[in-house]
Design a protein around this ligand. Sequence first.
Ligand code: HEC
Ligand code: HEC
Length: 222
Amino acid sequence: MRHHREARGRCVLVIALVALACGCSRRQPQETGKGGGSPPSASARELRSADSFAQVADRAERSRALFAEASRVFLHPRCLNCHPNGDTPHQGMDLSVHDPPVVRGPDDKGVVGVQCTSCHQDHNLELARVPGAPQWHLAPRPMAWVGKSPGAICEQMKDPSRNGGRTLAQIIEHNAHDPLVAWGWKPGHDREPAPGTQEQLGRLIAAWVETGAECPSEGARP
Ligand code: HEC
Ligand code: HEC
């Protein structure tokens, strides 16, 4: 009898907690702005424009905020699936393991007989659901983003020993114009595109560089 009531009490508590958690996560999009002059946050599918960060008075703080906004793109599955921290690409919105099974191989392009480009063409194959863009292959291991914070991604992206020997100008250029990056906004089939546009990403990264290429602190989330 007493047991029953306790059980029911726990149950009510659990429901209340779940309701609370749901309420919080639903409100979160409006709360991501750090306050104190941050521009209003955009919906999940949009990016805040680089210009809207002008109202963050402190230059270093503005730089960190610009990168944090750009990292909403880097941490989107369209980018993460090709920047894995292991030997296989991921796929889908839940980063499931690539099906059919494939491995990165010695030069990130697959192995003899199972090259990425045996299936992936330079454009999306809509009927076969195979995504495509020129020279489809995995980002090298030092450029892995899966499981990393915006701060960690920032540090490695500006480090020539981990970013493919690029200058910051080349990092802007890659984000703004690379065809594999571009695929993130025209992923084909029913895949969800990365937030905002590639042009907006290019402007955010250019503004980040102009303001000193400061990195968000380790704990910071986009
Ligand atoms: C089809 C796989 C693929 C997809 C999808 C992809 N990338 Fe990459 N990415 C690569 C490869 C390969 C490289 C390394 C290119 C090189 O160094 O020549 C790379 C490198 C980069 C780099 C430069 C080096 C660094 O610091 O990481 C940036 C920036 C980048 N990608 C951004 C993106 C963004 C943003 C997206 C999503 C909108 C994305 N990538 C999606 C394969 C991909
Ligand atoms: C045997 C054919 C085949 C090979 C080889 C292959 N892929 Fe794929 N790949 C596919 C198919 C099919 C899909 C689409 C799966 C789906 O969405 O249902 C896919 C999806 C993907 C995606 C997911 C895109 C997304 O965001 O959902 C990535 C990333 C990817 N492949 C990368 C690679 C890389 C890198 C290689 C080489 C190491 C490779 N693939 C080799 C057939 C292949």
